[in-house]
Design a protein around this ligand. Structure first.
Ligand code: HEM
Length: 466
């Protein structure tokens, strides 16, 4: 029944299922995928796609996207339990960040961020790089280790210590679980998850092991909070994410179960570190390949920071050129290349198409950022596009962090983290691309977990400047 194209989508152009299979089984990145999608989306900015057992809409149409972003009740985000019931991914991530209630509970943790965690981690990062002075070092893996340490400490008060211990057992289990959750075979042919041979017993054991870790983190946190300490932290807005959730679990109005907390920890781990790791890796690549740009960013850092290694919040506001470079990097290489699935709660008429209720909709961020209709010379790296940007352009043409009230809760967290790390690295090191780099002519992207943009290993050379 679900194979049949709904009447209202009949004249929406179709994205090839074979191309999708080949893409998902390959190591290709969102740039390659966009080459196929562009042909279909060229006309009206929408295409239809058979995926995960049903017909989806894929869109780059700004008019439709504006509506999707503005009307969160009409286009709710789907939970994994709805899109992939009973799957491993649904078991691990659960119904995370239950809209409105969880967001209200977790929001305060993002209002006052623990700057000392970013600063300490920058110092640790420099120590790792010091050991390989002037030799190539693979930055994508390094940035993942860094951002995981930052997230663990800032959000849960837990030190993965992954910068110093790359083989940490929980981190390796985490990578195995996320890779398993994202195994393309189960998305392309979802029915096989229910066949005995493919029931993924081993993977489910690994999920249980991670859940054990999350339970222990929650328990230790509960015990370590002395009486009254938690309420004091909540009152003066210094509670971390987990503390906000624990506090909520004590209040019948906002109650959050341990299972809900675990699911939130799982999604925060993914959303909060893989994305910033990609952003930092791509920007380091850009700076290494464009030495003039690197010099300009470094000059601004030295001018604004004086003798400081990392910027204060006030100094971050003065790093205007760096922020433009960060924004342009996030446009050219969006760390999330497709927004999480939405579905319409009611029937929608769009041009001469009709979307029946619960039609899954994907917004193609990569396509929007690379469309010549939205950006002049979209393949060029031009930070100046973001000078006085709010005056000039439709803000739906830059969807790095999504949009509307359901956009990324960690936007500020990530931007601060990026600025801190860039300041520390650029004031101490000159960064270069080795002559034999596989990325000499262009950065090679690849598929990673879910809609996160992955990268082939990037070796860069860090040479001490002071
Ligand atoms: C460069 C870094 C990042 C990028 C590009 C990014 C991008 C995104 C995008 C595109 C969304 C979906 C928004 C939507 O559906 O409209 C999202 C959601 C989310 N992000 Fe981020 N993010 C980043 C960093 C972070 C960080 C550092 C955290 C946490 C510390 C975080 C936590 C989340 C969470 C929890 C959600 C789900 C929000 C919800 O469903 O209500 N993200 N992010």
């Amino acid at each position: 029944q679900k194979l049949r194209v709904p009447e209202g989508l009949k004249n929406v152009p179709t994205l090839s299922f074979l191309e999708l299979v080949l893409f998902m089984l390959s190591k290709d990145g969102p740039d390659k995928r966009w080459e196929n999608t562009r042909k279909v989306c060229e006309k009206e900015g929408i295409g239809k796609l058979w995926f995960n057992g049903e017909w989806h809409i894929v869109t780059t149409n700004l008019e439709l996207i504006k509506d999707l972003m503005a009307k969160t009740d009409l286009y709710p985000k789907s939970s994994l339990e709805e899109s992939s019931p009973g799957s491993l991914a649904a078991q691990y991530y659960g119904t995370n960040l239950v809209w409105k209630r969880h967001r209200r509970i977790t929001n305060p943790a993002f209002k006052s961020l623990p700057m000392h965690v970013f600063d300490d981690s920058a110092v640790k990062l420099l120590k790792v790089i010091e050991k390989v002075d002037n030799e190539p070092i693979e930055v994508n893996g390094l940035m993942h280790r860094l951002t995981l340490d930052v997230l663990g400490r800032a959000a849960f008060g837990f030190d993965f210590n992954n910068l110093e211990d790359p083989t940490n057992i929980y981190v390796t289990t985490y990578h195995e679980v996320t890779a398993e959750c994202d195994n393309p075979i189960y998305f392309l042919f979802p029915f096989i998850e229910y066949l005995p041979y493919f029931d993924r017993t081993e993977a489910r054991k690994k999920v249980a092991k991670l859940n054990d870790l999350f339970n222990r983190i929650i328990e230790t946190k509960r015990e370590s909070m002395k009486t009254g300490e938690l309420s004091k932290k909540i009152e003066n807005n210094s509670a971390d994410l987990l503390e906000c959730m624990i506090n909520a679990s004590n209040d019948p109005k906002n109650y959050m179960s341990d299972e809900e907390m675990r699911h939130n920890l799982a999604i925060f781990m993914l959303a909060g570190h893989d994305t910033t790791a990609t952003a930092l890796s791509t920007i380091l690549y850009v700076l290494a390949s464009k030495k003039d740009l690197q010099r300009k960013v470094r000059d601004e850092i030295l001018h604004v920071l004086g003798d400081n290694l990392t910027p204060t919040i006030e100094q971050q506001r003065e790093l205007k050129y760096m922020t433009m470079v960060i924004n342009e990097n996030l446009r050219l290489y969006p760390p999330v290349h497709q927004l999480p699935r939405r579905e319409n709660a009611e029937i929608i008429k769009f041009r001469n198409h009709v979307f029946l209720p619960k039609t899954p909709i994907f917004i193609n961020i990569y396509g929007i950022h690379h469309s010549p209709g939205n950006w002049k010379d979209p393949e060029e790296f031009i930070p100046e596009r973001f000078e006085n940007e709010h005056e000039k352009r439709d803000h739906h043409t830059w969807l790095t962090f999504g949009g509307g009230t359901r956009s990324c809760i960690g936007t500020n967290f990530s931007l601060i983290e990026q600025r801190v790390m860039l300041c520390a690295l650029l004031r101490k090191y000159e960064i270069s691309l080795p002559a034999d780099s596989i990325h000499k002519d262009k950065l090679h992207l690849r598929r990673a977990n879910g809609s996160i943009t992955g990268l082939h290993p990037i070796d860069l050379i860090f040479k001490r400047t002071e």
